[in-house]
Each structure stands twice: as C-alpha cells, then as structure tokens.
Design a binder for this molecule. Structure first.
Ligand code: AMP
Ligand code: MG
Length: 534
C-alpha cells in the first residue's frame, strides 16, 4: 500500500504475480520460437537513441502515485521507453494464440509488447505496466517489435478517451518518442517510407487475453491451462471463491457479461475496434489493442475502419456483438477440458445474446433520454430510429447531441423540427421528400413520447448529454494530431488528451474538435480507413 506521492520511480513497489506464479519459458533471448508449456518468456527491452516524452496521462500517473515532477523527469522517459529497468521489474512477453479473422492462427504472443511488472497501487490492487513497441521478443515472428509514432499516438489518445467516456479499457501512462525510425508500407501498396517510432506504456490490472487460454488448450497443455485459469480467478475474480468446476462456469459467465457490457458501450459511443481477433479480447472485458480502430462519423452499421477487413466486413460496427459472442465461443472451447462437459458453457453462450440485447436496449433508450427501455412504448420508435439513421449520411455523435435540444413544444413546424438535427447531416441537399417526411414523422412521435416522461426538457437534455458524448476521437482529428507530431509539434496530442478528459461537457473553446468530418477527410488515409501496419 502506497499513500504519499512518490518522489522517485525507485519507490514504485512491484509484486509480479504473473511471473511468480505461472510457468516460464526456460529459454531466454528474443529468438523467434514456439514456446510450449509456458505462459511467458523473460525478455529484455531494446534501448533506443533518444527518449523524449510527448505526453503522459495525469490520471494514470495519479493511480500509480507519481507526481507531475517525476513524470516530467528524463528518468521517466528513459524508463518508459525501455532504456532502463527499475529494481523490481521483471520484463516478460506473454505467450498467447488466437483466431484471426475467424481462423485459428496458432501461437501469436506479445510480439512487440513487453510487460515490465505489476505495481502495487494505492487502492491495494495491482497495475501491470506494459511497453508497446520496445523491441523484439520470441513472439515477434518476422516483424520488428516496434511501433510507429502514428499508431502510438492513436493508442495513447484513444485509450484515455475511452476511459473518460466510461468505456472499460486498458489505459496509457505515457507516450515516448525513441529518436529512431523504421520503414513501414502503411497501405501495403508498395510505398514504404521511414517513420518515427514511439513507445506507449499501457496499464491494466491484467493483460491476459482469450488467446492466453486458447494456446495452452490447443496444445493439450491442460495442467498449464488449469494453472492459468486458477491464477486468473484467484487474482482477478477473487469474489468468485476457490476455483472449482462450478466456479469455472461462474467465471465464464462473468467474462461473457463483461464482454457484452464492453461492446454495448462501444455501440453507445460509435467505436469500431476493427480487429476483434480472440488475441485482442481481454479476459477482464477491457478494450485492448488500439490498432485500425475507428469512430462512426456518418452512421453506417456496415462500416469497418480496417482496410484488411474491407471485403468481408467481419468487424464492422453492427457485427461487434455477435463477434464478441463468437470469440466467447472459442474461449469456452478452450476451457472445456477443465469442466469436462459442454452443457453449462453452451447455456451461458446462449444467454449472451439475451443479456447483450437487454443491456443494449436500455442503453439505446438512455441515448434518447428514457430512464429504461419499455418494450410497449419504445420498440417501434427505436427501431424506426435505427432504420432512419443510415438512410442519409447522419453524424451519429452530433445527431444524439442535437436531439437533446428538441423540446416537447407542439408549435414546431416541419422546418423547425429538422433544424434541430440539421447539423448532423453530411449532404442535406441530397435528401428526398420521402426521407424528410419519415424523419419529421419520427421527430413528432418522439416529441409525443418525451411529453409523457416524468422529466422536463432540461432534465432530459442533461440525462442524454451524460451518455451521448460531444467529443469522440474522430478519425480525422486524431490524424491532425499525428500530422502535427510528424512536424515535431506535440501540442495537438496534448490538447486532445485534455479535451477528451471531459467528453460530455460543452467546451466552447474546442468546438472545432466536435465538428463533423470535413469533405477532405472522406478519403484521406488515416481518416476514413486504416491498415494494420503499425
Ligand atoms: P495485432 O493485430 O496488432 O493484435 O497483432 C497480432 C500479432 O502480431 C500479435 O502477436 C502482435 O504482437 C504481433 N505484431 C504486430 N505488430 C508487430 C510488430 N511490429 N512486431 C512484432 N510483432 C508484431
Ligand atoms: Mg493484438
């Protein structure tokens, strides 16, 4: 337990449970290899030329009890770029497998993530620290273990933005430039170029993914699988009690519910993960691995930000709940050997859809200002809304924010009604009469429904503005921060970090960060589509 603010990084107290309690790869060094009967390999970070701090999260620093002075020190930058190791750190890379785009890919592992250790935090819990982009590990396969600046900025900003939006997520302590460059072919189109690299220090109570269990199970390493499951339950789900078959089922149920809750939040804020492979699903139900993710701007349920997914659209916005369930199915398969029968797991997988739907309908109802979803009064109204949104290009974030301004007042004429949501439209001139009639009719039905609520217009607006953010990390805005950073100017990164700390507040001086995507960004790389190249 640490209470007073730390004046030096050396005062961080480590308790490396993962390393202490789980089987290690007997080999050391970064040589690519298959690692059997082990949960991790000891590794070393690769030193870099010039560590320069770009940004850090004051909230995560505070969770770790680190003062602003410590965070701004050169020692901090050197530590969280991987140039030096603190006493108590035991760097390691995790072994995991995964289904990528629906196919079993075998061993993957932390190819460019290096865990430093688990810090004991002031609330008495643990926070694992992990560097992303700090060099080769046995799991790097043919890649280099590095992360370019653009993808590091995207990971750093988005994980903090998601936290402040109330979405379960891994966090980011720091973003440090390495002073080095690496060649990347951003769009796999034969145009490689040098890009600066950076390291993000991520934090989470645990970085265990579905794939950590899958790899052991796929190899029939059942003793190790049991160790990992028991370890996870004992350390991360202690309220479930002593691990046993019944507890394994309760644990699976909790993982399912947390995963469903996480995805429902994604749907609420318009986040599309982009690579929901089983190696990218956290066992704690945290959003993890910010790669080619994106934010819905015009509401298009079939939109995927990931160019690799452009054909199949497996990971598009609307598919996320059912892909989560598919991934849970794979996790269930992995733990069957510990339970000995499938009925219990199958029943829980069936429950997922209902659990998610119930949760989602309540969230959707809250987005339009209702306290709870009521099937009788809300079903047709909400279904029609979800049909209307994609009919014409409608900015999801602006739509819900502006809808909160509609009053129950019956004197609105059609023009006034449409004016309330007009800002959300990308191409208002193209709207046909049929659409205009339908949306106007919907707005009138909605007015009638809100007239029956037990809250007035101002209260309803306040309620809606708590679940409908004004600021999300729009794709083109993150790209602006990246473009500036490539010129050596990190002010936009830091300004965005600040704006995203209060995503539900009106921040008049930052109105431009709430603006809908400008036309130039429609087809610009990084703004409308992203690749896995990072
Ligand atoms: P991702 O699609 O980012 O979740 O990564 C899938 C797998 O590829 C994971 O095992 C990563 O560690 C690995 N990987 C991705 N990029 C790199 C890289 N630059 N160097 C080494 N491994 C990587
Ligand atoms: Mg990953």
């Amino acid at each position: 337990m640490q209470s007073a603010m730390l004046t030096s990084l050396d005062q961080l107290k480590f308790d490396n449970r993962f390393v202490a309690q789980l089987p290690a790869d007997p080999l050391t060094g970064g040589q690519p290899r298959q690692v059997y009967k082990s949960c991790y390999s000891h590794v070393c970070t690769t030193p870099v030329k010039q560590a320069t701090l770009i940004a850090y999260s004051p909230e995560v620093a505070s969770d770790l009890n680190l003062s602003p002075e410590v965070c701004r020190s050169q020692v901090f930058a050197e530590t969280f770029v991987g140039n030096q190791t603190l006493v108590g750190m035991q760097p390691y890379a995790m072994c995991y497998g995964g289904h990528q785009f629906g196919n079993w890919a075998g061993q993957l592992g932390d190819g460019r993530a290096i865990n430093l250790g688990e810090v004991i935090v002031k609330e008495g819990g643990h926070l694992a620290l992990q560097l992303k982009g700090a060099g080769l590990t046995p799991y790097s396969r043919t890649a280099d273990g590095l992360a370019v600046l653009r993808s590091s900025i995207r990971e750093f900003l988005c994980s903090e933005a998601m936290y402040h939006l109330g979405v379960p997520t891994t966090r980011a302590l720091s973003l440090v430039l390495t002073g080095e460059e690496v060649v990347r072919d951003m769009f796999y189109d034969g145009n490689p170029r040098y890009e600066p690299t950076a390291v993000v220090c991520r934090t989470a109570p645990s970085f265990i993914r579905f794939g950590n269990f899958q790899i052991l199970s796929s190899r029939g390493e059942i003793d190790e699988l049991k160790q990992l499951v028991d370890f996870t339950i004992t350390n991360e789900f202690p309220h479930l009690g002593e691990p046993c078959k019944a507890v394994y089922l309760q644990w699976f149920q909790e993982v399912s519910e947390r995963t469903a809750d996480m995805v429902a939040h994604w749907m609420r804020v318009g986040f599309v993960h982009g690579v929901m492979n089983t190696d990218n699903l956290s066992i704690l139900g945290l959003t993890i691995d910010y790669g080619p993710y994106g934010w819905l701007e015009d509401y298009d349920p079939g939109w995927t930000p990931n160019t690799t997914d452009a054909q199949g659209k497996r990971y598009c916005y609307a598919n996320q709940p059912k892909i989560a369930q598919w991934n849970l199915y794979q996790l269930a398969n992995a733990i069957v050997p510990l339970i000995g029968e499938t009925e219990g797991l199958e029943a829980l997988l069936q429950d997922f859809a209902q659990y998610y739907q119930h949760n989602w309908l309540n969230i959707l109802a809250s987005k339009v200002g209702f306290e709870h979803y009521n099937d009788e009064t809300d079903n047709a109204l909400l279904e029609e809304l979800l049909e209307l949104l994609p009919l014409v290009e409608t900015d999801m974030t602006i739509f819900y924010r502006n809808l909160a301004n509609l009053k129950r007042d019956k004197t609105y004429n059609d023009e006034n009604l449409l004016a309330v949501i007009f800002d959300a439209y990308y191409q208002p001139d193209s709207h046909g009469e049929e659409y205009k009639t339908r949306i106007t009719k919907w707005l009138r039905l909605y007015q009638a429904r809100i007239a029956a609520l037990d809250v007035n217009d101002a209260q309803r607006k306040a309620r809606m503005n708590k679940v409908n953010p004004k600021y999300v990390l729009r794709n083109y805005i993150a790209q602006q921060a990246i473009d500036k950073a490539h010129e050596g100017d990190y002010s936009v990164v830091n300004e965005l970090l600040d704006v995203m700390r209060k995503p539900y507040d009106d921040q008049p001086q930052f109105e431009h960060y709430a603006a809908k995507r400008p036309e130039w960004a429609r087809v610009k790389a990084g703004c409308s589509m992203l690749s896995c190249s990072s």
